[in-house]
Design a protein around this ligand. Structure first.
Ligand code: IPM
Ligand code: MG
Length: 361
């Protein structure tokens, strides 16, 4: 088993170091190889996703990813910006299925900005299509281009598109996930989020998801416009079970959902292709404002490593061990700044990682 470790930028290096520490504590045989990605790779090689980094990722069973991006790259041409690295990995590896669970840890109910009764026990799963939609539509650009930065441009455009097979495969992923969750006690519902009242692409999305849904009579299906979904997520988040949506809406709704739980610093994510090769990353970004200070919350990355063990490396017991260790450190009252509250103990990034290692036993 081979893991490509791509820490990236900002707090990426600090949080990935803690996840690697945790992985090394497990008695498992795997090879880990680290490479630069994002702004760090641009600084060293002039490209955010160098050939060698892409090859390492493609040749590995799983990628453990930190985060990319920093304001200092905002002036670069789009193909050279750090974000292109993650988009390139998703596209080249065919990582079409993005799992973003939003789980409220009981000890952190108070860290949410919502009333405790609204989020206590929350356990929803956002499934975001990751390799299509307006993110990858062609053509894209600005008209009246006069040079790389289009200073004379008077309009800009991106094309939203989805093909039937793209929608079908993500719909199957969502229904199957709902079925698995139902077996473990959830309601068994998929909510497909669209904007069918305005966009052809999402009327098509809705039609295709409805067709696929007929193959899963045991799973309830409802449809919701994205604006309403954004509202329902804060009004009554527990009404959701599995949410499936396109790349753009999924980007936005998953950030919103993550914050329901109190901290985006707690939420892992998995991006899978058809071979179960996966990229695992925290749901949050590179947070350049707190980078290098040793205060970032490493738990989302540590929990992403657990997802990696479960989904791509077939080590469910090890995954379970990590998740239990995270529960344990929360129960001990240890908190990084983002989830700290009166009466708990504030710790830094490395202290949190050490505590998880210790809790593994
Ligand atoms: C995410 C991020 C990325 C996205 C950026 C960094 C390209 O926001 O993973 O949600 O928009 O998909
Ligand atoms: Mg995002």
């Amino acid at each position: 088993m081979k893991i490509a470790v791509l820490p990236g930028d900002g707090i990426g290096t600090e949080i990935v170091a803690e996840a690697v520490k945790v992985l090394k504590t497990l008695d498992l045989k795997f090879e880990m190889e680290t490479a630069l990605v994002g702004g760090a790779a641009y600084d060293a090689y002039g490209h955010p996703l160098p050939e060698a980094t892409l090859k390492l990722a493609m040749d590995s069973d799983a990628v453990l990813f930190g985060a990319v991006g920093d304001w200092k790259y905002d002036k670069l041409d789009r193909p050279l910006r750090p974000e292109q690295a993650i988009l390139g990995l998703r596209k080249n590896m065919g990582l079409f299925a993005n799992f973003r669970p939003a789980i409220c840890y009981e000890q952190l109910v108070g860290a949410s900005s919502l009333k405790p009764e609204l989020i206590s026990g929350l356990d929803i799963l956002i499934i975001r299509e990751l390799t299509g939609d307006i993110y990858f539509g062609q053509p894209r650009g600005r008209r009246i281009a006069t040079d790389g930065h289009f200073p004379g441009a008077e309009e800009a455009f991106d094309t939203m598109r989805y093909s039937k097979p793209e929608i079908e495969r993500i719909a199957h992923v969502a229904f199957q996930a709902a079925r698995k969750r139902k077996a473990a006690g959830t309601e068994g519902r998929v909510t497909s989020v669209d904007k069918a009242n305005v966009l052809e692409t999402f009327q098509f999305w809705k039609d295709v998801v409805t067709e696929v849904g007929k193959e899963y009579p045991d799973i309830a299906l409802d449809h919701m416009y994205v604006d309403n979904a954004a509202m329902q997520l804060v009004k009554e988040p527990k009404r959701f079970d599995v949410v499936v949506t396109g790349n753009m809406f999924g980007d936005i709704l998953s950030d919103e959902a993550s914050m329901l739980t109190g901290s985006i610093g707690m939420l892992p994510s998995a991006s899978l292709n058809t071979k179960n090769q996966g990229l695992y990353e925290p749901s949050h970004g590179s947070a350049p404002d707190i980078a290098g200070k040793g205060v970032a919350n490493p738990l989302a990355t540590i929990l992403s490593a657990a997802m990696m063990l479960r989904f791509s490396l077939n080590q469910p017991e090890a995954a379970q061990r990590i998740e239990a260790a995270v529960q344990n450190v929360l129960a001990q009252g240890l908190r990084t700044g983002d989830i700290w509250s009166e009466g708990t103990t504030k710790v830094g990034t490395a202290q949190m990682g050490d505590a998880v290692v210790k809790a593994l036993g």
